[in-house]
Design a protein around this ligand. Structure first.
Ligand code: GLA
Length: 404
């Protein structure tokens, strides 16, 4: 049981207990006191930390001018990938394809969405093909995301592999999952052969919650921890020219999870497992996540092993900058610093944003105090300082390289 579930359970028990006490004459006063205190504590916490806020949008005065800028020209010129998921925007929209030269099709290439009406092992590539072909038509590189991801089954149940496995006798389950996983890797890679050359072969192999351990998921349970190496080897055998990435979310580059991930990669390299790159997701959700210097050092660990690195799912919540005079400006500057730090390492080949317009933001589905507003464009499609700062960073990088 996760820590959040334990806390919620304890609170629910206390609330239920105090309500029951209210109905017992002798205990009524105590029940009322407990319930009253809880209500006051929650109200204070909500007011202090969770109440949605709004910040002044001083950037609007510059927005119409920024809208005509073009990040992509600089990214193309210096050979750096600046990408995004479409997040509800048409790829052919000039705001999208003039600013990005790489696309990650969000969920369209994940296991469940590729299955035909949810039928496990039967494929319908229509939607994925549409996105991939639109991106290629606009000359965008496509990042394949992702072939094997435990949470896709355990958390998102799309597909629910455990439930599916239960339809087989116990002794057959390992073989069934192995066959399905292998078939999936081979089918998908063959389908996109020549169109997608970079894949997040395995997503989130280490545990966020039991830091220091490989994530315990449906794959480790039935196939063992070698599922990671096996997926990479099989993918490589299908097409040895592919760039195969391990993609991971890490909130603190000095913690046990970060070490566990490094150790995993070191062992794969030691055993000649064909891993070519590391994706560092970089969802920055709270103030305490990540220090840029730590990120830079962490990237270097992998590039020193001869691996490429990409920042694959960057988003930085606006609310983190609550204390700043202008949170939108502060957010923009933070984006610029982070990207500058990533680009300082020549083996760091790209940055992808996990969204485009604040209107459609995955973080809004989670109980973070708003505003999240992590992207380049606000919900009215007006460019924010984040956009302008990234533009300036790429432009500066281009100009300083051409000056040399
Ligand atoms: C993870 C996954 C992504 C996406 C985000 C949240 O980082 O790798 O595919 O699901 O979570 O939207």
């Amino acid at each position: 049981m996760g820590i959040l579930k334990i806390i919620v359970t304890i609170i629910a028990i206390v609330v239920m207990g105090s309500i029951i006490m209210i109905f017992i004459k002798k205990l009524r006063k105590i029940g009322l006191m407990i319930l009253g205190s809880l209500i006051i504590i929650f109200a204070v916490i909500w007011l202090l930390f969770f109440r949605p806020k709004q910040y002044k949008k001083t950037y609007l005065k510059d927005a119409s001018e920024w809208k005509n800028l073009n990040i992509r020209q600089y990214a193309d010129s210096i050979g750096f990938y600046i990408g995004a998921i479409p997040g509800g925007t048409e790829i052919s929209d000039p705001l999208f394809c003039n600013n990005f030269n790489s696309l990650t099709p969000e969920s369209a290439l994940k296991m469940g969405p590729l299955f035909m009406n949810g039928s496990i092992g039967e494929y319908d590539f229509t939607h994925a093909d549409e996105l991939v072909d639109q991106a290629l038509a606009k000359n965008l590189r496509v990042r394949g995301h992702t072939l094997v991801w435990g949470k896709q089954s355990d958390m998102f149940k799309n597909p629910d592999l455990r439930k599916w496995l239960e339809t087989f006798p116990k002794e057959e389950r390992t073989r069934q999952l192995k066959e399905l996983t292998d078939k999936h890797i081979v089918t998908v890679l063959n389908h996109f052969r020549g169109r997608i050359k970079t894949w997040d072969c395995v997503n989130e192999p280490t545990s966020l919650y039991k830091t220091g351990e490989i994530e315990n998921n449906v794959y480790t349970e039935y196939l063992g921890k070698d599922y990671i190496a096996d997926a990479l080897k099989l993918a490589h055998s299908v097409d040895s020219s592919l760039k195969l990435f391990l993609n991971e979310q890490i909130f603190d580059y000095n913690n046990k999870q970060a070490d566990c991930f490094t150790e995993l990669v070191r062992n794969l390299k030691k055993n000649d497992v064909p891993v070519s790159g590391i994706g560092i997701q970089s969802h920055i959700l709270t103030k305490t996540d990540t220090a840029i210097i730590d990120l830079q050092n962490y990237i270097k660990i992998f590039t020193d092993m001869g691996l490429e690195v990409e920042i694959t799912e960057l988003d930085i919540r606006l609310r983190i900058f609550d204390a700043a005079k202008d949170p939108y400006d502060a957010q923009g500057r933070y984006y610029a610093r982070l990207i500058k730090a990533a680009m300082a390492n020549p083996m760091c080949k790209g940055v992808t944003f996990w969204g485009f317009c604040d209107d459609k933001c995955w973080i809004d589905n989670y109980p973070f105090p708003k505003p999240n507003e992590p992207y380049f464009f606000d919900s009215e499609m007006k460019p924010k300082p984040a956009f302008y700062e990234v533009y300036k960073t790429l432009k500066y990088s281009f100009e300083s390289r051409t000056r040399k």
